[in-house]
Design a protein around this ligand. Structure first.
Ligand code: ATP
Length: 264
Protein backbone atom coordinates (compact mmCIF):
# COMPACT_ATOMS: atom_id res chain seq x y z
CA UNK A 1 0.00 0.00 0.00
CA UNK A 2 1.33 3.45 -0.82
CA UNK A 3 0.02 6.72 0.52
CA UNK A 4 -0.07 10.25 -0.74
CA UNK A 5 0.50 12.14 2.50
CA UNK A 6 2.20 15.50 2.73
CA UNK A 7 3.68 16.77 5.99
CA UNK A 8 3.36 20.53 6.39
CA UNK A 9 5.11 22.28 9.25
CA UNK A 10 4.31 25.96 9.82
CA UNK A 11 5.17 28.30 12.65
CA UNK A 12 6.28 25.48 14.96
CA UNK A 13 7.56 26.59 18.35
CA UNK A 14 8.79 24.38 21.16
CA UNK A 15 11.32 24.22 23.96
CA UNK A 16 11.72 23.49 27.61
CA UNK A 17 10.20 25.12 30.65
CA UNK A 18 12.90 27.72 31.03
CA UNK A 19 13.90 28.10 27.41
CA UNK A 20 12.35 28.31 23.96
CA UNK A 21 14.54 26.35 21.51
CA UNK A 22 12.54 26.50 18.24
CA UNK A 23 10.63 29.68 17.38
CA UNK A 24 8.18 29.84 14.49
CA UNK A 25 9.85 27.24 12.30
CA UNK A 26 8.57 26.49 8.76
CA UNK A 27 9.66 23.48 6.72
CA UNK A 28 9.25 22.89 3.00
CA UNK A 29 6.40 20.43 2.38
CA UNK A 30 7.61 16.84 2.79
CA UNK A 31 5.95 14.32 0.48
CA UNK A 32 5.07 10.64 0.77
CA UNK A 33 7.93 8.36 -0.21
CA UNK A 34 10.61 10.97 0.44
CA UNK A 35 13.62 10.81 2.74
CA UNK A 36 14.77 14.05 4.38
CA UNK A 37 17.78 14.66 6.58
CA UNK A 38 17.90 17.15 9.41
CA UNK A 39 21.47 18.32 9.91
CA UNK A 40 23.23 20.96 11.95
CA UNK A 41 25.72 21.43 14.76
CA UNK A 42 25.45 20.06 18.29
CA UNK A 43 22.68 21.72 20.31
CA UNK A 44 21.08 23.22 17.17
CA UNK A 45 17.71 21.82 18.28
CA UNK A 46 17.45 18.79 16.00
CA UNK A 47 16.31 16.29 18.65
CA UNK A 48 14.01 18.90 20.18
CA UNK A 49 12.37 19.44 16.78
CA UNK A 50 12.04 15.68 16.21
CA UNK A 51 10.40 15.17 19.61
CA UNK A 52 8.00 18.02 18.91
CA UNK A 53 7.08 16.49 15.54
CA UNK A 54 6.50 13.18 17.38
CA UNK A 55 4.17 14.87 19.86
CA UNK A 56 6.53 14.04 22.73
CA UNK A 57 6.84 17.59 23.94
CA UNK A 58 4.50 20.54 23.97
CA UNK A 59 4.53 22.62 20.81
CA UNK A 60 2.53 25.40 19.21
CA UNK A 61 2.04 26.15 15.55
CA UNK A 62 0.88 23.67 12.94
CA UNK A 63 2.00 20.19 11.85
CA UNK A 64 -0.43 18.82 9.28
CA UNK A 65 -0.27 15.29 7.88
CA UNK A 66 -2.47 14.74 4.84
CA UNK A 67 -4.42 17.82 5.93
CA UNK A 68 -4.99 16.61 9.51
CA UNK A 69 -3.61 18.78 12.34
CA UNK A 70 -1.30 16.79 14.64
CA UNK A 71 -0.47 19.53 17.16
CA UNK A 72 -2.73 18.95 20.16
CA UNK A 73 -3.67 15.36 19.25
CA UNK A 74 -3.59 12.95 22.20
CA UNK A 75 -0.21 11.17 22.32
CA UNK A 76 -1.64 7.73 21.47
CA UNK A 77 -3.33 9.16 18.36
CA UNK A 78 -0.17 11.02 17.40
CA UNK A 79 1.93 7.86 17.84
CA UNK A 80 -0.31 5.94 15.43
CA UNK A 81 0.71 8.35 12.67
CA UNK A 82 4.27 9.28 13.62
CA UNK A 83 6.95 6.98 15.06
CA UNK A 84 10.07 8.38 16.70
CA UNK A 85 13.26 6.37 17.15
CA UNK A 86 15.32 8.04 19.88
CA UNK A 87 19.11 8.15 19.95
CA UNK A 88 19.37 5.36 22.53
CA UNK A 89 17.36 2.30 23.48
CA UNK A 90 16.49 2.19 27.21
CA UNK A 91 18.75 -0.13 29.24
CA UNK A 92 17.66 -2.85 31.66
CA UNK A 93 14.79 -4.28 29.59
CA UNK A 94 14.56 -8.07 30.14
CA UNK A 95 13.10 -8.97 26.75
CA UNK A 96 14.37 -10.84 23.73
CA UNK A 97 14.81 -8.94 20.48
CA UNK A 98 11.72 -10.60 18.98
CA UNK A 99 9.61 -9.89 22.08
CA UNK A 100 10.64 -6.24 22.02
CA UNK A 101 9.66 -5.88 18.35
CA UNK A 102 6.33 -7.63 19.00
CA UNK A 103 5.80 -5.31 21.97
CA UNK A 104 6.42 -2.28 19.76
CA UNK A 105 3.89 -3.60 17.25
CA UNK A 106 1.23 -4.24 19.89
CA UNK A 107 1.81 -0.88 21.58
CA UNK A 108 1.35 0.96 18.30
CA UNK A 109 -2.15 -0.50 17.72
CA UNK A 110 -1.85 0.58 14.14
CA UNK A 111 -5.25 -0.78 13.27
CA UNK A 112 -4.01 -3.15 10.59
CA UNK A 113 -6.66 -5.66 9.58
CA UNK A 114 -4.44 -8.49 10.80
CA UNK A 115 -3.69 -6.65 14.03
CA UNK A 116 -5.49 -9.16 16.24
CA UNK A 117 -3.77 -12.29 15.06
CA UNK A 118 -0.73 -13.40 17.05
CA UNK A 119 0.60 -15.32 14.06
CA UNK A 120 0.28 -12.32 11.77
CA UNK A 121 2.08 -10.11 14.31
CA UNK A 122 4.82 -12.73 14.62
CA UNK A 123 5.18 -12.85 10.82
CA UNK A 124 5.47 -9.06 10.59
CA UNK A 125 8.05 -8.94 13.37
CA UNK A 126 10.13 -11.71 11.79
CA UNK A 127 9.89 -10.06 8.36
CA UNK A 128 11.17 -6.74 9.68
CA UNK A 129 14.02 -8.42 11.59
CA UNK A 130 14.98 -10.13 8.36
CA UNK A 131 14.95 -6.86 6.39
CA UNK A 132 17.02 -5.10 9.04
CA UNK A 133 19.42 -8.08 8.89
CA UNK A 134 19.14 -9.14 12.53
CA UNK A 135 16.90 -12.23 12.37
CA UNK A 136 19.78 -14.25 13.83
CA UNK A 137 19.46 -12.11 17.01
CA UNK A 138 15.71 -12.78 17.46
CA UNK A 139 16.08 -14.84 20.64
CA UNK A 140 18.94 -12.80 22.16
CA UNK A 141 18.29 -10.73 25.27
CA UNK A 142 18.36 -6.97 24.61
CA UNK A 143 20.87 -6.48 27.41
CA UNK A 144 23.36 -8.83 25.74
CA UNK A 145 23.66 -6.82 22.54
CA UNK A 146 26.42 -4.55 21.32
CA UNK A 147 25.72 -0.84 20.81
CA UNK A 148 25.30 -1.22 17.05
CA UNK A 149 23.03 -4.25 17.45
CA UNK A 150 20.87 -2.29 19.89
CA UNK A 151 20.58 0.50 17.35
CA UNK A 152 19.40 -1.99 14.69
CA UNK A 153 16.80 -3.40 17.11
CA UNK A 154 15.58 0.10 17.83
CA UNK A 155 15.18 0.63 14.07
CA UNK A 156 13.25 -2.65 13.74
CA UNK A 157 10.93 -1.54 16.60
CA UNK A 158 10.20 1.68 14.72
CA UNK A 159 9.78 0.10 11.27
CA UNK A 160 7.45 -2.70 12.41
CA UNK A 161 4.83 -0.07 13.30
CA UNK A 162 4.61 0.92 9.61
CA UNK A 163 4.09 4.60 10.46
CA UNK A 164 3.08 7.26 7.95
CA UNK A 165 5.93 9.42 9.25
CA UNK A 166 9.15 7.88 10.55
CA UNK A 167 11.52 10.04 12.62
CA UNK A 168 14.99 8.58 13.20
CA UNK A 169 17.37 10.40 15.56
CA UNK A 170 20.96 9.55 14.53
CA UNK A 171 20.05 6.01 13.40
CA UNK A 172 23.52 5.08 12.16
CA UNK A 173 25.76 6.68 14.80
CA UNK A 174 26.83 3.30 16.27
CA UNK A 175 26.99 1.33 13.01
CA UNK A 176 29.92 0.07 10.95
CA UNK A 177 30.30 1.08 7.29
CA UNK A 178 28.34 -1.86 5.89
CA UNK A 179 25.46 -1.46 8.30
CA UNK A 180 25.31 2.31 7.72
CA UNK A 181 24.79 1.62 4.02
CA UNK A 182 22.25 -1.15 4.65
CA UNK A 183 20.17 1.04 6.97
CA UNK A 184 20.17 4.04 4.65
CA UNK A 185 19.17 1.85 1.71
CA UNK A 186 16.43 0.12 3.74
CA UNK A 187 14.91 3.39 4.94
CA UNK A 188 14.85 4.72 1.38
CA UNK A 189 13.32 1.47 0.05
CA UNK A 190 10.62 1.40 2.73
CA UNK A 191 9.80 5.06 2.22
CA UNK A 192 9.27 4.41 -1.50
CA UNK A 193 7.38 1.11 -0.96
CA UNK A 194 5.07 2.31 1.79
CA UNK A 195 4.69 5.93 0.78
CA UNK A 196 6.19 6.78 4.16
CA UNK A 197 7.82 10.13 4.95
CA UNK A 198 11.20 9.56 6.63
CA UNK A 199 13.10 12.28 8.49
CA UNK A 200 16.51 11.47 9.89
CA UNK A 201 18.92 13.39 12.06
CA UNK A 202 22.40 12.76 10.65
CA UNK A 203 25.81 14.23 11.37
CA UNK A 204 27.49 12.68 8.34
CA UNK A 205 26.65 15.18 5.58
CA UNK A 206 28.03 12.99 2.83
CA UNK A 207 25.71 10.13 3.77
CA UNK A 208 22.83 12.57 4.19
CA UNK A 209 23.52 13.96 0.71
CA UNK A 210 23.69 10.55 -0.91
CA UNK A 211 20.46 9.15 0.50
CA UNK A 212 18.15 12.14 0.98
CA UNK A 213 15.66 13.78 -1.32
CA UNK A 214 15.91 16.93 0.75
CA UNK A 215 18.09 18.49 3.45
CA UNK A 216 17.02 20.78 6.27
CA UNK A 217 19.97 22.55 7.89
CA UNK A 218 19.25 23.84 11.36
CA UNK A 219 21.26 26.28 13.47
CA UNK A 220 20.26 27.73 16.84
CA UNK A 221 16.71 26.49 16.44
CA UNK A 222 16.17 28.06 13.01
CA UNK A 223 16.23 26.71 9.46
CA UNK A 224 19.27 28.08 7.64
CA UNK A 225 19.19 26.12 4.37
CA UNK A 226 16.81 23.71 2.64
CA UNK A 227 16.50 22.05 -0.74
CA UNK A 228 18.14 19.20 -2.56
CA UNK A 229 21.48 18.14 -1.05
CA UNK A 230 23.34 20.16 -3.68
CA UNK A 231 21.26 23.26 -2.96
CA UNK A 232 21.49 23.09 0.84
CA UNK A 233 25.06 21.87 1.41
CA UNK A 234 27.38 24.53 0.02
CA UNK A 235 30.64 26.12 1.16
CA UNK A 236 28.61 29.18 2.23
CA UNK A 237 26.10 27.23 4.36
CA UNK A 238 28.87 25.10 5.91
CA UNK A 239 30.81 28.24 6.84
CA UNK A 240 27.75 29.93 8.31
CA UNK A 241 26.34 26.95 10.21
CA UNK A 242 29.40 24.89 11.19
CA UNK A 243 32.08 27.60 11.13
CA UNK A 244 34.31 25.63 8.76
CA UNK A 245 35.95 26.35 5.44
CA UNK A 246 34.97 23.48 3.15
CA UNK A 247 34.86 22.44 -0.47
CA UNK A 248 31.84 20.68 -1.95
CA UNK A 249 32.24 18.72 -5.17
CA UNK A 250 29.50 17.00 -7.13
CA UNK A 251 30.46 13.39 -7.90
CA UNK A 252 29.87 11.83 -11.32
CA UNK A 253 27.80 9.00 -9.71
CA UNK A 254 25.62 11.51 -7.86
CA UNK A 255 26.18 12.56 -4.28
CA UNK A 256 28.52 15.15 -2.87
CA UNK A 257 32.13 15.04 -1.80
CA UNK A 258 32.65 17.35 1.18
CA UNK A 259 36.18 18.26 2.24
CA UNK A 260 36.62 20.32 5.38
CA UNK A 261 39.89 22.30 5.25
CA UNK A 262 39.87 24.69 8.20
CA UNK A 263 37.97 25.84 11.24
CA UNK A 264 37.10 29.46 10.63
N1 ATP B 1 15.41 18.27 28.66
C1 ATP B 1 15.96 19.47 28.40
N2 ATP B 1 15.77 20.51 29.24
C2 ATP B 1 16.29 21.72 28.97
N3 ATP B 1 17.03 22.00 27.87
C3 ATP B 1 17.26 21.00 27.01
C4 ATP B 1 16.75 19.67 27.22
N4 ATP B 1 17.13 18.90 26.18
C5 ATP B 1 17.87 19.70 25.37
N5 ATP B 1 17.94 20.94 25.85
C6 ATP B 1 18.64 22.09 25.24
O1 ATP B 1 18.05 22.34 23.97
C7 ATP B 1 19.05 22.73 23.03
C8 ATP B 1 18.91 21.85 21.79
O2 ATP B 1 19.19 20.50 22.17
P1 ATP B 1 18.95 19.30 21.16
O3 ATP B 1 19.21 18.04 21.91
O4 ATP B 1 17.64 19.49 20.49
O5 ATP B 1 20.12 19.57 20.09
P2 ATP B 1 20.65 18.65 18.90
O6 ATP B 1 20.72 19.53 17.69
O7 ATP B 1 19.85 17.42 18.79
O8 ATP B 1 22.13 18.35 19.41
P3 ATP B 1 23.14 17.10 19.20
O9 ATP B 1 23.60 17.13 17.75
O10 ATP B 1 24.26 17.47 20.11
O11 ATP B 1 22.43 15.83 19.58
C9 ATP B 1 20.39 22.59 23.73
O12 ATP B 1 20.84 23.88 24.11
C10 ATP B 1 20.10 21.76 24.96
O13 ATP B 1 20.92 22.16 26.03
Amino acid sequence: MTRSDTLQVRGLATGYRARQIIRGLDLPDLRAGEVHSLVGPNAAGKSTLMRALAGLQPASGSVRLGGEELVGLPLAEHARRVTYMPQTLPQGVALSVLESVLGALQASATGHPDGDSHDAAQRRAVAILERVGILHLAMEGLDHLSGGQRQLVSLAQALVRAPRVLLLDEPISALDLQHQLRVMRLVQELARERGMIAIMVLHDLQIAARWSDGIVMLSQGAVVATGTPGEAITPASLARVYGVQARVEHCSRGGLQIMVDEVL
